[in-house]
Design a protein around this ligand. Sequence first.
Ligand code: PLP
Length: 528
Amino acid sequence: MDSEEFRIKGKELIDYIADYLENIRDRRVFPDKKPGFIRGLIPETAPIKGESWDNIFKDVENVIMPGVTHWQSPHMHAYFPALNSYPSMLGEMLSNAINCIGFTWASSPVCTELEMVVMNWLGKMIGLPEEFLHRKGGDGGGVIQTTASECTLISLLAGRYVAIKMFKDLYPTASKHDINGKLVAYSSDQAHSSVEKAALIGLVTLRYIECDENFSMRGDKLLKAIKQDREQGLIPFWVCATLGTTGSCAFDNLQEITEICYKELLWCHVDAAYAGSSFICPEYRVWLKGIEKANSIAFNPSKWLMVHFDCTAMWVKNSSALHGAFNVNPLYLTHEYSGLAIDYMHWQIPLSKRFRSLKLWFVIRNYGITGLQEHIRKGVMLAEKFESFVRSDQRFEVPAKRHLGLVVFRLVGDNFITETLCKRLNSRGNIHCVPANLKGKYVIRFTVTAPRTTLDDIVKDWKEIVTVANGILQEREKYMKRAKVPLGDAKCSSPDEKEELSRKNTAAVYKRLQAQREALDQTNQRQK
Ligand code: PLP
């Protein structure tokens, strides 16, 4: 492809992208494909000779689109959002054209400089204390990483570096490995699985703290666990507080947790993957209370802020801990300003770095702070509407308080009715949701993904849910009637008989539940 063809085909692709996004409602949000579906649609081996662009492009609709889960669809409610926007895509295009690799300041100075400025903008937008920002003579600052999982790992490794150094200073004869073997990290039992992964990679013990009735980690239980571990000769060193849990968007009590971490000399990382975007609205910053005593925080603008993947914002107060954990300095990477300018390679796991700040810069400038705030508030408002629909139907319940754009709901009754509802909704493909387990309750997570989502979309989603639920509840009723225990069986005269009867009934009820489940599974199977 030469530049002339690129100009023509590139413009055509832009039109295709705009049409795709504007007409995305016409597509089934969740594909009806099975693993391996692509085999047979494309050859097993690569072409010997280059193909024309027109030939390649035909396969976008024929091969690619039928297997896409359309994350930009207003009917996509699974996971957390992963939104894009036109200025973000233009930023990515330009960054792809420049394609510089900004590992050191010298490898492409503007890549580092713009990232520092934009991370300061974003830090101020969410109300972070100054110590987290790039300042003359300061040790704090922001960096764009790939994912929230990576930020958690980086923070754990930085915390580990600090803890090992502290203990080596106190006990010079102790080996790093001995100290590492005694390190204990903590998180809520609602924390994302990436925390467990970070502990696995860091070879440290992870202790889950049981959350309270609001799915929130509280200081008293954390402090108790820290003290118990110290009594066992272990070394508590790192805590991950979650602001906006994956299951129900619950918030750990940051103020209590950071206070403890500060007093007990533990590194506190704040994982605000989804909810962090909302902190650009002052009314949601109540959950950030206590952040001044945390050590690092991360959130994904690539989730809710319309800066598309990948773009995860991370700030640390103490970048020298990152240097300590990651500093390698081969001669070929040194430059005239080494040690004077920031070299982001010391702040991350990979050496290479994409020019991601460009898309973040474009989005912030194009929407402005008020435009982004409107976007967040609209998402929350639509979630409130959806919650009100659920609460208006007594067959449903909302078992955890709604926060921001995530509503968790279920059908009142046994878990498997809600499980069936979730599976059937996804197999119909008109909306897409995923489940979560909240203290043993099977719930469906419904995340509003705006910006294209309208109230009409939400009304349509609710109608779809009610239609499917009606079918399931009717089937259930049929089976309940058929499997009813005869009334005569319920009569008894002596306490012994009563005891015997309750055992019989338990078995009967259990049998009935099994029959119901089998029937629902069979219907599901038939519908597939
Ligand atoms: N932390 C929380 C609370 C999350 O909800 C998620 C994903 O949704 C993650 C971490 C992982 O995010 P990433 O895919 O950016 O690693």
